[in-house]
Design a protein around this ligand. Structure first.
Ligand code: MCU
Length: 433
């Protein structure tokens, strides 16, 4: 007979199961948003060396592997991302080498020094630090260049600001055959790597030093990045290429930043690809093959957006200046968001071009609150603001015009391993004649 105490025990057990399941769900959501503990968690992935030019005016399918089949599970994304990273380096940015043989340095409450040595060459650079009030260790936002992001807005949330001058790592104004700065002192002045990948490499070395510092002042596991204009291009590359970055916030990045490369030739007034390639050596030398025909690129920037997934991404764009290619920017974010959604992380991407002030890199009241909410959600872990798309009607791209693929429903579990080939069954003995 079912007594009252039996009933109570059943209810308690049921509640325990419900709470445990909910706990797992919460843990999963949190871990989805979390940054990885390493710069690149796909170094063990098989990456086919093809990635030859294609011919497609539509955006390549981010879910289709180089070998031809589509991924089916969320866990497949890790190695698909590794393929995209390889294509992005080979065709767009140039190679971003991993951690050099020696990275040393210091972190203090006012600055970070970085010393790098590799293959008998060495270089150093530094960044300044401004702490928020309160007691550390603090999360930190790496701010590239001197304009765009309002550092007081960042510090008011309780995060530190690391002011990083990327020009010390990859100088502007040099010919491609004689690139300068800390990166090129190590990898050579004729390296085919463009400035954006060099800047990204420098930011990764700053994070190495913060990691090695033991975390008493700054936390390496709660890092964000931002920058405006050319430094928005840089911030986007920093976040895409280092999975320790928990929050990426490119501002008004324009051509060679977030906007889809295929969209730029058809977007009236947008900075042409030849100009983005030629104004400064921002992109890798290999991109010269594509300035006139981005349709043959085996990749586009929606997949660079997807490289950030499932980590926090807040893309800010200005629809008042044609040169900034905000329509192509909205398509990159919309298409990249399909990967976020497939990974169950649709809440982690925000795109915002609905702003009133047309000044480039202005300090905008519209972005102040979402910027702080993003820092709270992804760095301080005290908020959970929803991801939003606020696309200005001035420059609203239409994703349907740009894709011929649909977003798959990815399974949660690991992929079913391909059937292992069975040893041939021994044929029955033939009766001798
Ligand atoms: C949007 O970023 C660039 C743009 O690509 C360049 O053509 C222009 O010269 O400078 C912009 C910028 O960095 O402005 C501060």
């Amino acid at each position: 007979m079912l007594t009252r105490s039996h009933l109570r025990a059943v209810v308690v057990a049921f509640l325990a199961v419900v709470l445990a399941v909910a706990g797992v769900a919460v843990a999963r959501t949190t871990s989805l948003a979390a940054a990885a503990a390493v710069e690149d968690d796909g170094t063990d992935c098989p990456v086919p060396g093809s990635g030859s030019p294609i011919a497609s005016s539509r955006l390549p399918d981010p879910f289709r592997k180089v070998a031809g089949t589509r991924i089916t599970s969320k866990s497949d994304w890790r190695c698909r991302r590794a393929e995209i990273k390889e294509l992005a380096e080979r065709h767009v940015y140039g190679d971003k080498p991993g951690k050099p043989a020696s990275v040393t340095g210091t972190v203090s409450s006012s600055g970070i020094t970085v010393n790098v040595a590799h293959n008998g060459r060495s270089a150093s650079f530094s960044a300044s630090v401004q702490l928020p009030s309160g007691t550390g260790p603090f999360p930190a936002v790496i701010v590239l260049g001197g304009f765009g992001a309002d550092t007081a807005t960042i510090r008011a949330t309780g995060a530190a600001v690391i002011s990083y001058d990327p020009l010390a790592v990859g100088r502007e104004g040099t010919p491609r055959t004689n690139k300068q700065g800390a990166f090129y002192s190590i990898y050579g002045a004729t390296s085919s790597t463009g400035l954006l990948a060099a800047w990204a490499w420098g930011a990764s070395r700053i994070i190495d030093v913060v990691e090695q510092s033991g975390g008493s002042i700054l936390r390496a596991d709660a890092m964000g990045v931002t920058g405006c204009s050319r430094y928005g291009k840089g911030a986007f590359a920093v976040g895409a290429f280092d999975q320790r970055i928990a929050l990426t916030m490119p501002i008004e990045s324009g051509s060679a930043g977030v906007p889809i490369l295929r969209g730029i030739p058809g977007e009236s007034g947008a900075q042409p690809l030849s100009s983005a390639y030629g104004e400064q050596p921002w992109l890798g030398d290999a991109f010269s093959a594509y300035t006139g025909n981005p349709s043959s690129l085996p990749i586009d920037t929606h997949e660079v957006v997807a490289m950030v997934a499932p980590r926090g991404l807040f893309v800010m764009e200005n629809p008042h200046i044609d040169w900034l290619a905000a329509r192509s920017g909205s398509v990159a974010a919309l298409a990249g968001a399909e990967v976020y959604k497939a990974l169950g992380a649709g809440e982690n991407i925000t795109y915002w071009s609905d702003v009133s002030d047309g000044t480039h890199c202005a300090s905008r009241s519209e972005w102040r609150t979402p910027l702080q909410q993003h820092i709270q959600k992804f760095l301080l872990k005290t908020g959970n603001a929803a991801g939003t798309f606020r696309i200005s009607s001035r420059k609203a791209g239409n994703l349907a015009e740009w894709r011929d693929w649909q977003t798959p429903t990815l399974t949660d579990g690991p992929t079913t391993p391909p059937p292992t080939s069975q040893p041939p069954t021994t044929p029955p003995p033939t009766t001798p004649p």
